[in-house]
Each structure stands twice: as C-alpha cells, then as structure tokens.
Design a protein around this ligand. Structure first.
Ligand code: TRP
Length: 475
C-alpha cells in the first residue's frame, strides 16, 4: 500500500514552515474552549485550589509524557495519525492493530467538533450581543438598564431559537472548513500565527483589567488556597485529570497529526514542554481574568458550564467599560475556539483523504459537512428537550440529550481509550531505538519519561476510563 503523504496532494506543502509555526499551531489547538470555558467552570464547581493543584500535577506527570508520545508517533510516521501509528507499530514488529490508538482518537476529534462548533456558535452570539450593546449604548457598563435576569436570560433565548443556533454553528463550521481547505501552511499555520498573538494580547489586557477593577483577592484565594481534604477527593482528582486531557488535546489523534508536520530536527521534548506550559498558563490566567469579575459581582462561581455565558455577562454589567471588555472577551474566546476547531477537523480530514483519495478541498468540505449535520442534532437537543437521541438507547447515555451524549462519548470513552492505548503502546510495545531516536531527551529524564508512560499513565488514564464508564463505583 502506498499511503498519501502526510500533507496530501501536491498542491499542499510539506508541513510547518518553522518550529515557531508548529509551536503556535499546536498551542492554538490546545488553547481553546477547554481553557476559557471548561477550566474555570470545572475549577469553580470543584472547589478551586485543590482542583488547580491537582490539575497542574496531572499536566506534568501524565499530560506531558503522553503529549511527547503522541508527537513522536506522528513525526516518525509522517502520515495521517492512523497511518503514522501503523508505521511505528510495523517497524517495532508489533501488531498493526495498534493503529487503533489513532483511529479511536480520530473519531474522538470528529465527535468533539460536532458540539464544539455549536458552543463556538454561542460564542459568536455573545460577540454579536456585546457588539450591538457597544454600538447602541457606548462603552460603559454592559446592558445598562436591563435586569440581571434579562441578561442571564439571553442564553435561554438562544436555546429557544434553534434556527439561530444552527445558523451560528453553520457560520463557524464554514470558517473552519475554509481554513482547513487552504492547507497546513496557507491555512492552519497562517491563521495560528495571526490569531494566537492577538489572543495573548487580549488575554493579558483583560486579565490586568480584571485584577485592577474586580475582586483580585477573592480570586487568588479561591484559585490558590487549598484545603487538603478536598485534594484527595476522587471526583475532584478525576475531573482534573479529564480536564488536563481535554485541554492538551490528548487522545484525539491531533497531536500525532501535528507531530507529522514537524521538522526532523525539532526537539520534540522541549517543544512538548512549551506547549504544555503555555496551555496550562492560559488556563490559569483565564481563571484570573474571569474570577475577579465574577466575585466582584457576587454571581455564583460554581455555576458550571453556564459560568461564561450567564454569570460573566451579568458581571460585566457592573464593571466600568464592561460592554467593551465583554466584547473583547468573547472575540478572544472566538479566536481560541477557531484555532482548535481547525485542528479537530484536520485530524479526521487527513485520514479521509487517505481513505477516499480525494483532494484536500473536496475532503474538507465533505467531512466538515458531515460534522455540521451531526452538530445540528446537538444544537437541536439544546433547544428541544425531547429531541431524539439515538445514543440514549444505550444504557450508558440514558437520560442524556444528544449534546451531552456526544460530550461523554468523546470525553469519557474515546479520548481516554486512545490515550490508554498510546501509553501502553509506547511504554511496552514500541521499538526502543526508534523512540530514543525521536524523543530528544536522555539520561535521567529519559528514564523518568519511560517510567511515567509505562506505569503511571496507563493506570491513571485507565482509572478515568473505568470511572467514566461506571460512575457509580465512586459512590
Ligand atoms: N484542547 C482543546 C481545548 O482546550 C479541545 C480539544 C480536545 C482539541 N481535543 C482536541 C482541539 C483536538 C483540537 C484538537 O479547547
């Protein structure tokens, strides 16, 4: 078999133009709704400091070793994630079925994008709301003259309007498809090189504003003071690990895919460390941007998934310049979401190109359209509680709407399963010389890395999988 090259047809390029391009694109993929929307809401719901400390531990001890394992497979294979994994397995004289680690992850990425794009559509809606408010009322506090109920009610209003939700989801998918069609260099790398620097400027600016005008003290003690009792609390530990996984884009074939575009002499260990620390810093800084405002306004920090869409807009009402800051905030979230969604599409698109042998443009449109259609179902299920959810026929998803089922199918099953297979494969089955030649570390670090990949990662990720599948075991 002669698989297509990693970057597909001749009209495409050979990969990242520079290490900086790789790093920015990989950070762009990792930094997304996971950092800005999911991390603060998980930290809020899990009691703050204990969660944060455990999260950092998970990133260093589990996330980083797995991240290096994934980019290493990609760089050695230099094809789609699935084909790369198969090559590494073949050269290691291991079963070619190890490529399942990438196929499972690829399906995970595919499914994440179906609902990720719907949430990104909500973000666009809030960009529109705040932009309208700035145009109508200037840059003072947001939504002046409206009650807090009215402002937090915008979200319900959006859910009540399925056509609007679907339209926003369509717009977001159209932009995502367009970028992926343009290729690795002309699309993904270019957009990351523009949007990521803009993102960092916005993030730092908003955080300084928030610390200066909000309740910085309350935010710091919430995020950084911990109570040891909560630290050893199993559900908090598991959500921290799950969050680390999602945030670093692990187990979704994507870091393998981006690794495939990396240059031969890029140091993979160093690059992985940069990606992981940037991602973690953004999550924590996002907490420092959001919580001072939320505490100052006295809205509920444990609101969960609605924190960003309901509590935060209410909080912006009482902040000086809240309308403008709110607008900038949601523009920033949009940038982060877009650099992640292109990565999500790229992972399954490249595999589809190999399988169906069509051009990048045709395949991007086809795969993106299928994702769009499944996402319509996810959006509808937020609008209509009775919307049919075929997954709910399975006991595991009973009682969930389609949106939540897609979230748990990817987050609780496919991503951890792919991560578990990756750890076992790299830790136990892959050829050592091949790995040693790729990873860019030696000596004690190398021994430590091997130990973490072979022992700690399988056990920890196996636990997320088991407890995700059987939550009752946690009591
Ligand atoms: N890391 C992304 C975020 O924090 C979400 C994500 C998970 C992702 N897996 C991915 C993004 C694969 C791109 C590719 O929002």
């Amino acid at each position: 078999m002669a698989p297509a090259s990693a970057t597909g047809s001749a009209s495409d390029t050979a990969g990242w133009t520079s290490r900086k391009g790789f790093v920015l694109a990989a950070i762009g993929s990792a930094v997304g709704l996971g950092n800005l929307w999911r991390f603060p809401s998980e930290a809020g719901a899990n009691g703050g400091g204990a969660f944060v400390i455990f999260y950092i531990g998970c990133v260093v001890l589990i996330g980083l070793p797995l991240l290096l394992s994934e980019v290493l497979i990609g760089r050695h294979g230099r094809a789609s994630a699935v084909e790369s994994a198969r090559r590494v397995a073949r050269e290691s004289k291991a079963s070619r079925h190890w490529s399942a680690l990438a196929s499972v992850g690829m399906w995970g990425a595919f499914i994440i994008l179906t609902f990720y794009s719907v949430v990104a559509g909500w973000v666009l809606y809030y960009v529109g709301l705040f932009a309208g408010d700035v145009l109508a009322n200037g840059v003072g506090g947001a939504f002046q003259g409206q009650s807090a109920e009215q402002v937090s009610g915008y979200m319900g209003g959006l859910f009540g309007n399925a056509a609007l939700q679907i339209g926003l989801h369509a717009a977001f998918m159209a932009v995502t498809i367009y970028v992926v069609m343009r290729g690795v260099t002309g699309g993904i790398e270019r957009i990351a090189s523009v949007l990521m620097p803009a993102f960092f400027v916005l993030l730092v600016g908003i955080t300084l504003y928030s610390l200066a005008t909000g309740d910085a003290g309350a935010a710091f003690s919430f995020l950084f003071s911990f109570n040891p009792e909560r630290l050893l609390h199993a559900p908090v530990m598991l959500s921290a690990l799950g969050q680390a996984f999602f945030s670093l884009s692990l187990g979704s074939a994507m870091m393998i895919q981006y690794g495939a575009y990396a240059n031969r002499n890029t140091n993979l260990a160093g690059t992985s460390a940069i990606i992981a620390s940037a991602d973690t810093s953004v999550a924590i800084i996002a907490g420092l941007a959001i919580f001072p405002i939320v505490f100052a306004a006295g809205v509920d920090v444990a609101a969960g998934p609605t924190l960003m869409f309901q509590a935060l807009p209410v909080a912006f009402q009482s902040m000086p310049g809240g309308a403008l800051i709110g607008l900038l905030f949601f523009v920033m979230v949009f940038f982060a979401a877009l650099t992640s969604s292109v990565a999500l599409l790229e992972a399954s698109m490249v595999r589809a190109m190999e399988v169906f042998g069509q051009s990048r443009a045709v395949t991007s449109i086809a795969v993106g359209s299928v994702i769009f259609v499944v996402g319509i179902g996810a959006a509808m299920s937020m609008s209509d509680a009775d919307f049919f959810n075929p997954l709910a026929l399975l006991p595991f998803f009973a009682g969930q709407n389609l949106f939540d089922s897609l979230d748990s199918l990817s987050g609780k099953i496919l991503l951890p399963l792919s991560g578990l297979l990756t750890a076992i494969f790299i830790g136990w089955f892959a050829d050592r010389r091949l790995i040693d030649a790729e990873n860019g570390i030696s000596g004690g670090m190398h021994i430590l890395w091997r130990f973490l990949v072979a022992w700690l990662c399988p056990v920890a990720v196996g636990l997320i999988l088991i407890f995700g599948l059987f939550p009752d075991l946690l009591g």
